[in-house]
Write a protein that binds this ligand. Structure first.
Ligand code: GTR
Length: 441
């Protein structure tokens, strides 16, 4: 295999040191312990030596020297790898997708916003899934507005205290602080996620915000794929996705594309300037949506970590085994063969980022977020840079991780690591909008 030479950490150890311990557990018969996650590495000195596959070498070992070869061959190989080995293919078959406008208020937020609420109804084989979409556009606005589209964790009504937002009607996990009982949202969670959605500020800067609850597409728990979008696409007799078919992240990403279909029909929205954004698991979904669907004009990964922007082969923070163990429904079945075998992965997350080229891409990390491996997120952007340079002559404007709170955004790949924890803050949003002003306007 062609490897990019990594002379960043030539240390062996961690995996070797951990493996025998794991085997010892089993050999001693502590089977209940065997299912417990191994302690995650948070020590840079214990990152093993690793090699990364080169995105600019074809599977037949020929180098990719021209954009044409990338577009016609290599990007397709990479997409197929990520589809069959990680996120899963979307099953064949067409669903009926219908849009319904449920509410329009042209004087929302004290006149500052146009608020629209729509539903995307997906139907197939006698089953239906409805995705509720919330949009705020600046008021007054001049012509078609560029927008940020991202999924939310707690329901549309949690994004802003605005009492005009319909309460989420989907399953959500019970949560006593948010007064969610019997898996249904109540008024108590209105605005509960608003710190992550600075709606007024986004509008002030000339962008619209579009969001939907990720659980509308597939509730985030392992039920063997009996709810959400998956059962709509089962062939006769099928009751669970094939090992190379989509998991939940695949469904969330597919849902983002259906919302983009809705936005294409909205005369107030500039469908050619939609940035897809996501935090954490929803950052993984945003990256996958942006990689698959070239209509997204820009992609933002906020602390997406393992399975998102962070390199897996570094074995730092969350690992493939840890994520598959805690969230067996996120990826496709085939991804489990890489549990504790990251060395066997025929790709790493820089391949995912490279598929977004040459569209603007922003990767952001947070200093305290070791679980998401900030350095692994930066390196992945760095190793996607050659693809950007080939296609657009511009990539990541840095070879070293920048200082804290010092964004790099001179090229088509933006990056920052800010102080603080795993979260989406106003600092993050301001940088995404600076980057969009530069590269998406
Ligand atoms: C964590 C998970 C991460 C990240 C995060 C989140 O528990 O290990 O991969 O996705 O959840 O989505 O908040």
């Amino acid at each position: 295999m062609n490897m990019l030479s990594i002379n960043l950490q030539i240390k062996s150890g961690l995996r070797m040191a951990m493996r025998p311990a794991c085997i010892l557990f089993l050999a001693c018969g502590f089977s209940s312990l065997a299912s417990q996650p191994l302690p995650a590495n948070r020590d840079e000195g214990r990152v093993p030596s690793y090699g990364l596959p080169d995105p600019l070498v074809l599977s037949n070992n020929e180098p990719v020297r021209h954009a044409r070869t990338w577009n016609k061959k290599r990007s397709k190989e990479i997409l197929a790898l990520l589809e069959t080995q990680m996120f899963g293919r979307i099953p064949p078959g067409k669903a009926s997708v219908k849009f319904e406008i449920r509410d329009t208020d042209r004087q929302a937020l004290g006149g500052k916003a146009v608020r629209k609420q729509a539903a995307v109804h997906v139907r197939r084989g006698g089953k239906q899934v409805t995705i509720d979409v919330l949009m705020y556009l600046p008021n007054p606005h001049a012509g078609k507005t560029p927008c940020f589209l991202g999924l939310n964790f707690e329901g549309n009504h949690a994004v802003h205290p605005d009492t005009g937002i319909f309460l989420c009607r989907s399953w959500m996990p019970n949560d006593s602080t948010l007064e969610i009982t019997e898996n249904r949202a109540t008024e108590a969670s209105r605005g509960s996620e608003s710190s992550r959605w600075p709606v007024e500020r986004i509008l002030e800067r000339g962008y619209g915000v579009v969001t939907a609850y990720y659980g509308d597409m597939d509730p985030d728990y392992d039920d063997g794929f009996q709810n959400g979008l998956h059962p709509l696409f089962y062939r006769k007799g099928q009751s669970t996705p094939d090992p190379d078919q989509w998991g939940s992240i695949g469904a969330w990403a597919w849902g983002l594309s259906r919302i983009l279909d809705l936005l294409k029909k909205d005369p107030d929205v500039d469908e050619k300037r939609i940035a897809v954004i996501g935090h954490s698991r929803l950052g993984k979904a945003a990256l996958w949506a942006g990689a698959r669907d070239k209509r997204f004009a820009m992609v933002v990964s906020n602390n997406s970590g393992c399975g998102g922007a962070a390199l897996s082969k570094r074995i730092f923070g969350e690992t493939v085994a840890l994520i598959n163990d805690r969230f067996p429904h996120w990826f496709c079945g085939n991804f489990r063969q890489y549990n504790d075998r990251e060395d066997l992965l025929p790709f790493d997350q820089h391949f995912l980022l490279a598929l977004i080229a040459p569209r603007p891409l922003y990767v952001a990390s947070a200093e305290e977020d070791w679980w998401a491996d900030p350095k692994g997120e930066f390196l992945s952007a760095l190793f996607a840079d050659p693809v950007y340079r080939l296609l657009a002559g511009s990539g990541l404007g840095a070879e070293q991780m920048p200082d804290l709170n010092k964004p790099v955004m001179d090229g088509l790949i933006g990056y920052h690591i800010r102080t603080g924890a795993h979260d989406v803050t106003l600092f993050d949003w301001e940088r995404y909008m600076d980057f969009a002003d530069r590269w998406m306007k």
